[in-house]
Design a protein around this ligand. Sequence first.
Ligand code: PGA
Length: 262
Amino acid sequence: MAAKNKKLIVGNWKMNLNVHEASLYVHTLSKLVKTHRTVEVVLAPTMLALQSLSLQVNYRQFKLAAQNIYWRDHGAFTGEISAQQLSGVVQYAIIGHSERRHIFHESDKDTRNKVQAAIRNGISPILCVGETAAERALNETNDVLHDQLVGGLANVTSEELAQITIAYEPVWAIGTGNNATPHDVRQAEKAIRSQISHLYGKTAAEAVNVLYGGSVNKDSATDYLMIPGVDGLLIGGASLDAEAFSDIIEKAHNAASVVVKQ
Ligand code: PGA
């Protein structure tokens, strides 16, 4: 398929940086990064920092994402934060990250409810899918992707699909330094689009944004960004270093420009 000429670069800070550090980081990053029409940069800080960063960032330069949301809009759900409460503060929400699935035992039903809640509240979901090392060893990657996509996207209409980004994040590659090869990523990206095509048709499958995430750093970023069906990256560890992250953003701009020239 033809690559799109815009890349999405998402920095998932996980449970790192307090409010003060987050603000300093954004200040530093905003000086390092040029605003390119070819790249959308999304920052996913701690929930605590979202409100203050929403006032600090220039939205033409950075968008914000929640690392998680709760799927009910309000009620007796101690400790949770709803998509409704986050609406107007974030533009994106990461849903079904492997740490949510494996540490906090989130199911496909949870991801489905969260995808719905995000869309209902005007937030674009970034739905994470990916197999564990054991599943990969058993050759079950495509089955896992199938189940997580069908599970997470049930009830999503074709119109709503346009707001969704799928992030392929093999669990064995996250935070391990053991990143997937571009060939692995290409295969998974094809499997994801084929599943979306099955559910929503070929046009929707070509249009949906597919990201790769898992131990991406400034040295490996371009290899993934040049894969025709990869529309961007979801970056954990390397996004905590403003210089490395800005380098990756510049590489995304270069990759998108190469694609435009083709
Ligand atoms: P990593 O994390 O880049 O540190 O592997 C990626 C992610 O969890 O989204």
